[in-house]
Structure formats: C-alpha cells, structure tokens
Design a protein around this ligand. Structure first.
Ligand SMILES: Nc1ncnc2c1ncn2[C@@H]1O[C@H](COP(=O)(O)OP(=O)(O)OP(=O)(O)O)[C@@H](O)[C@H]1O
Ligand SMILES: Nc1ccn([C@@H]2O[C@H](COP(=O)(O)O)[C@@H](O)[C@H]2O)c(=O)n1
Length: 244
C-alpha cells in the first residue's frame, strides 16, 4: 500500500507538548502563510497559537461598530482602551471575541480589511494590544506560536525562534484569490494591488512597523508547499528545544 500523503490538515494534528516551553515569533507581509503555518506548527508541537492580526481586526470592527471614524487618530486613540478583546489560543479552535461577542466572522469583512491598517498605526492601539499579547504569551503553559507584523521586533523580542515569511506578490494574490473562489485575471490583479497597499501602510507606519527582526530566519514560501514551510519551522523549534 502506498504511504499516505501528508497534507496541511494532517500536518496540523494536535499533539501533546513535549520538552521545554518555547516562544516562536512568525512575522511577514499579508498572505505569506503566517496564520496557516503558525496554527499547524503550534498544533504539531502541542503549543498555543496567537493570531495577532485578528486582534487588530477586532479593534477595527469595534471602532466601526461604534461609529468612530478610523481616520480620526485622536478619536481612535481615546477609544482604544474600551473594547474587551479575548483571544482563544487552541490551534485546533482559535477564537476571538469583543465584549463577549464572537467576532471571528465580522473581522474578515472587506470593510475591516480596508480599514485595519489605519487603526493599527495608532500608537495607543498598539500599546493596548501589545500588552494583551505579552500577557497571553506569558500565560501559555507549553509555549506559543504568535504571528503578526512586529512580534519578533517589538512584542516578543526575546522569542526563542523568529521566522520572517515572504512570498512574491503574485503567489500571495493567487493564494488569496483562490481562497475567495476566483482565479480570474482581474480579480487576482485587484487582490495583488490590495495586498501591496496594505503592506506599504504596515511597513511605513512610525510605531512598530512590519519588519524582519535582525535575528529572524527568512523563509521565501513562493515555491514551497504549506507542509514544506511547516516542516522547516518545526525543525527550527525542535532544534531550539533540544538545545534548551
Ligand atoms: N506555502 C504555501 N503554498 C500554497 N498556499 C499557501 C502556502 N502558505 C499559505 N497558503 C495559503 O495562502 C492563503 C493565505 O495564507 P494565510 O492566511 O496563512 O496568510 P497570512 O500571512 O496569515 O495572511 P494575512 O497576513 O493576510 O492574514 C491561505 O489560503 C493558505 O492556505
Ligand atoms: N502584529 C501585527 C499584526 C497585524 N497588524 C495589523 O493588522 C492587520 C491585519 O492583519 P492580518 O494578519 O489579519 O492580515 C495588518 O494589515 C496590520 O495592519 C499589525 O499591525 N501588527
């Protein structure tokens, strides 16, 4: 009988944690595979998983729902401490609530995606969310895989393993468009432009911009399968655990 083919789904099987707790920071531009890879690595190694982009999206959704103009920096800054954002860190069932309400659907709307970079650029928003992220990481019993834009540089600068994922804009647009159910040339081109615009805003802001930490391992995922990327990161974490 042929050996079973490993897929992203089988690679993500939750395993009990073994060895010392490690902190893993995974950063990179939009659509490079941070969430899918981080979730699978955490599941394989029995660790917690934190999608920090979901937290900025939750903050943005709350601002929109409460009638706050996201281009009004002072209004966003004043309101930043009001929403209660809670992240569930089980990689098999990650969750996000705002003021007790499930926000996992609403935070993925095109409106939130279009406005999140304006909200995440506000220093008071970053201060509130960074504090939350550090408290979640400190409480993770078997270590955590946290993914975002500034995890290795700002949120968890002492992380044991830092990875910076990249991929060509073409590959990222094709992946995202496929997710949305379209491979039409015009849709892929529009998705590509939207990704590039969001990356430029995230890289160009003053407070903890999207950036590769000096000590991060860069992995270009353009020509790698999801499982290959997961395998590489699992190997980095296991190497670090063995040395602890
Ligand atoms: N190496 C890969 N090969 C092919 N498809 C991939 C690869 N990595 C991720 N994908 C797919 O690309 C899409 C985007 O991945 P994912 O959401 O994990 O990226 P992300 O970096 O977290 O994006 P964002 O920052 O916008 O949230 C998903 O459909 C995912 O399954
Ligand atoms: N550490 C982070 C993570 C995310 N952001 C901002 O949130 C946006 C949405 O992130 P996704 O990963 O869900 O696409 C992103 O574009 C950033 O504006 C951040 O600033 N820092």
């Amino acid at each position: 009988m042929p050996a079973p083919v490993e897929t992203a789904a089988t690679a993500a099987t939750t395993a009990p944690a073994t060895g010392p707790a490690v902190i893993v920071a995974i950063d990179g531009p939009s659509g490079t595979g941070k969430s899918s890879t981080s979730k699978a690595v955490a599941a394989r190694l029995g660790m917690s998983f934190l999608d920090t982009g979901a937290q900025y999206r939750a903050m943005t959704w709350w601002m929109i729902s409460n009638g706050i103009d996201v281009t009004d920096t002072a209004a966003v800054a004043t309101a930043a401490h009001k929403p209660v954002i809670d992240s569930g860190t089980d990689p098999a069932a990650p969750s996000i609530t705002v003021d007790g309400a499930d926000a996992s659907g609403p935070i993925r709307t095109p409106e939130v995606t279009a406005k999140v970079s304006a909200v995440s650029a506000v220093p008071e928003v970053r201060a509130v969310i960074t504090r939350l992220q550090r408290s979640i990481a400190a409480a993770a019993p078997h270590g955590i895989v946290a993914e975002g834009r500034d995890i290795g540089t700002t949120v968890l600068p002492d992380a044991d393993v830092k990875v910076f994922l990249t991929a060509s804009a073409e590959a990222r647009a094709a992946r995202r468009s496929g997710e949305l159910g379209s491979t039409a040339t015009a849709d892929v081109a529009a998705t590509r432009e939207a990704l590039i615009k969001r990356d430029a805003a995230d890289s160009g802001r003053k407070t903890s911009p999207l950036a590769k930490a000096g000590d991060a391992t860069e992995i270009d995922t353009t020509d790698l399968t999801l499982v290959q990327v997961i395998d590489r990161i699992v190997a980095l974490v296991e190497e670090k655990r063995a040395a602890k």
